[in-house]
Write a protein that binds this ligand. Structure first.
Ligand code: SF4
Length: 192
């Protein structure tokens, strides 16, 4: 069961940082967050992990995206349009989701979450109108592609209607899979 709202951010950011801290890239690059934002995130929600800031700078580096990848900046802008409130959390999360969406697995896996439900909880708390827009519960990366393509005025889909599309199963299969677990805590990182 997920914790109540006041604990949810700490819980979710803990999972995100746990996995990203094991990335071969600097944490700023793995998360798409500069050092200043990362320091704000850790200071607010995970102060015991401040040691992770050592040696980092503002550079979020190349995102390593291939030609067919989502456009990171466009996705970040889409997410920000749907953020709830004026706090920094959805701003940090928009950058993180845009960067982690470039990874190869289901988004909930590459965010470090234990299951897809945690991703849904994050979107409902910080991007509720996006959840309303994805009322059919499409796979999140497919949904982002469809949203961004529609904005550009083209549709990659075989059909204008999902219900009549041959690719329906590929877009709505529930994003099944196992969580990507970090093997062991890096130096200075304790579990919450
Ligand atoms: S089910 Fe078909 S129409 Fe719907 S998003 Fe997927 S590919 Fe596009």
């Amino acid at each position: 069961m997920l914790p109540p709202d006041e604990e949810l951010d700490r819980h979710l950011f803990g999972r995100i940082v746990d996995l990203a801290a094991h990335d071969a890239r600097p944490l700023t690059q793995a998360l798409g967050l500069g050092r200043t934002d990362l320091a704000g995130l850790l200071g607010t929600h995970l102060p015991e992990r401040a040691a992770l800031l050592e040696g980092l700078d503002e550079d979020t580096g190349p995102n390593g995206a291939g030609e067919d990848a989502l456009e990171e900046g466009d996705l970040r802008a889409l997410l920000l349009e749907h953020r709830a409130g004026d706090g920094p959390e959805p701003v940090w999360l928009a950058a993180i989701v845009a960067r982690r969406s470039l990874e190869a697995n289901h988004l909930w896996q590459d965010m470090g979450f234990a299951n897809r439900g945690e991703l849904g909880a994050m979107f409902r708390r910080h991007f509720p109108s996006l959840v309303d827009l994805n009322s059919g519960d499409m796979k999140w990366k497919k949904f982002f592609y469809r949203q961004l393509c529609a904005r550009e005025g083209f549709l990659l889909c075989k059909s204008p209607h999902c219900e009549r599309c041959d690719d329906y199963a590929a877009c709505f299969d529930g994003e099944k899979g196992a969580p990507l677990r970090a093997a062991a805590p890096p130096s200075g990182l304790r579990s919450p």
